[in-house]
Design a protein around this ligand. Structure first.
Ligand code: NAI
Ligand code: MG
Length: 358
C-alpha cells in the first residue's frame, strides 16, 4: 500500500526543516521498502495569503481529502498576517474539518538533550499524552451579559458528549494496551468540577471493563502536574480533556528538555479523514532564513506518522537515528539551540545518513 502524504511546509522555518523531514522519510522508505508518495501544497502560508487574500483555496477540503496524512511545517508570520487569521484560517480548519479528535504528543527524554529535571536519564521518561481535541472546555457555548456594567456576567460551558469522551478514551486505552507497561493515567478534577469531571471518571471506569489488562489510575490535574515534574517515570499513557490535555502536553515536553524538538499528531483514528503530523514549534520568525533551525521536531513528526500507520520497523529505526545523532553527532552537527555549532543541514543530513546506514 502507498501512503499518500500531503506536504504543507507553511511559513518561516517550516520551509527550512520540511526538506529534511522528507529526506529522512525517503531514507526510511528506501531501507524498509515503503511506498511513500509526497505531494506539495503552497497554501496554508502567509505567502499564499499575500497573493490570494486568504490562507486556503475554497476547495482545499477536496484537494486534501484523499490523502492519508498531512505533513505540516508551521504557519504564521505575525508581521505579515495577524496570528488569529493565519492559524484560524489554516491549521485550525484542518483539525476541525478533518475531525482530528486526538492530539498526541510523546514525552520522551532523548539522549544528548539536557533535562531540566534533576537526575533523569534517557529511558526514565517515556510516555504519551493523549488530549481530547474537539470539545470539553473549549466550547463556544456561553455568552456575555450586561457588558460594560457592574452586572457584567461571562459564562462558558464545558461540553462533554458520550461519543466525544468515549472515542478519546478508547484511543488511549488501545495505545496503553499496545505498550509493555499497559498503564493508563487519567487527568481529572472531580473534587472541584462536580458535573463534567465525575462524568469523565465514570466513562474511564466503564471503559476499563473492556481493557482488563490495562492498569488505570487517576489524579487531579493539580497534583498531576506536580507528578510530571517529580516522578515522570510513573507514566506510560496519560489521557486528558481538551484543557487538561493542553496543559499537560506543553508541560510534558518541557520536562524532557525543550519544546523545540517535540512533535505532535492531530489524529483522526477512523481514517475517514487525513491525520496531521507537525513539529510543536512555530515558524520562528526570529531565526528564519538563517538555516539554523533545529529539524528534530519535523523529522520526529515524520517518525510519528510512520508509527501511526503501523510501519513499526521503519519508525523504530528513524527514532533510533534521531537518538544516535543527538547523542553522538558532536558539536559540529548539533544545532545552536542545543548548544552546538551545526545547522539545519548538518543535523538533517546526519540523521538521513544514519537511517541509510541501516
Ligand atoms: P515559535 O515556536 O515559532 O518560536 C519560539 C522560540 O523558539 C523562538 O525564539 C524560536 O527561534 C525558537 N525555536 C522554535 N523552533 C525552533 C527550532 N526548530 N530550532 C531552533 N529554535 C526554535 O513560537 P512563536 O515565536 O511564539 O511564534 C511564531 C509564529 O509561529 C507565530 O505566528 C505563531 O502564531 C506561529 N505558531 C505556529 C504554530 C504551528 O504552526 N503549529 C505553533 C506555534 C506558533
Ligand atoms: Mg498549548
Amino acid at each position: 500500500k502507498t501512503l499518500k502524504i500531503a506536504v504543507i511546509a507553511g511559513d518561516g522555518i517550516g520551509l527550512e526543516v520540511m526538506p529534511w523531514g522528507i529526506r529522512c522519510l525517503q531514507a526510511a522508505a528506501k531501507i524498509y521498502n515503503l511506498s511513500l508518495e509526497f505531494s506539495e501544497f503552497d497554501f496554508a502560508s502567509c505567502e499564499y495569503y499575500k497573493k490570494h487574500g486568504k490562507m486556503l483555496p475554497d476547495d482545499w477540503k477536496e484537494q486534501l481529502s484523499g490523502f492519508d496524512a498531512l505533513y505540516f511545517g508551521a504557519v504564521g508570520l505575525p508581521d505579515v498576517v495577524p496570528d488569529h487569521v493565519s492559524l484560524w484560517g489554516s491549521l485550525l480548519q484542518f483539525r476541525r474539518e478533518f475531525d482530528q479528535y486526538i492530539n498526541l504528543r510523546p514525552c520522551r527524554l532523548m539522549p544528548g538533550v539536557r533535562c531540566p529535571l534533576a537526575n533523569r536519564k534517557p529511558g526514565d521518561i517515556d510516555f504519551w499524552i493523549v488530549r481530547e481535541n474537539t470539545e470539553g472546555e473549549y466550547s463556544s457555548v456561553g455568552g456575555k451579559m450586561f457588558p460594560g456594567t457592574d452586572r457584567e456576567i461571562v459564562i462558558q460551558e464545558t461540553v462533554m458528549t458520550r461519543t466525544g469522551v468515549d472515542r478519546v478514551l478508547k484511543y488511549a486505552f488501545e495505545l496503553a494496551q499496545s505498550r509493555p507497561k499497559k498503564h493508563l493515567t487519567s487527568a481529572t478534577k472531580s473534587n472541584g468540577i462536580a458535573i463534567t469531571m465525575p462524568y469523565w471518571d465514570e466513562r474511564v471506569a466503564e471503559m476499563s471493563q473492556s481493557y482488563k489488562d490495562v492498569s488505570v489510575d487517576k489524579f487531579h490535574i493539580d497534583i498531576l502536574t506536580a507528578h510530571f515534574v517529580q516522578r515522570p517515570n510513573h507514566f506510560d499513557v496519560v489521557v486528558g480533556s481538551n484543557l487538561f490535555g493542553d496543559i499537560l502536553s506543553d508541560l510534558g515536553p518541557a520536562c524532557t528538555g525543550t519544546i523545540g524538538i517535540a512533535p505532535s499528531g492531530n489524529i483522526n483514528p477512523t481514517g475517514k479523514f487525513p491525520s496531521l503530523f507537525e513539529p510543536v514549534h512555530g515558524s520562528a520568525p526570529d531565526i528564519m532564513g538563517k538555516g539554523i533551525a533545529n529539524p528534530v521536531g519535523m523529522i520526529w513528526a515524520g517518525q510519528m506518522m510512520l508509527e501511526h500507520f503501523g510501519y513499526k520497523e521503519a519508525s523504530a529505526a528513524m527514532l533510533k537515528s534521531i537518538e544516535n545523532v543527538l547523542s553522538k553527532g558532536g558539536d559540529a552537527v548539533i544545532t545552536g539551540d542545543m548548544g552546538g555549532r551545526g545547522n539545519t543541514k548538518t543535523f538533517g543530513e546526519a540523521v538521513e545518513q544514519d537511517i541509510l546506514a541501516g
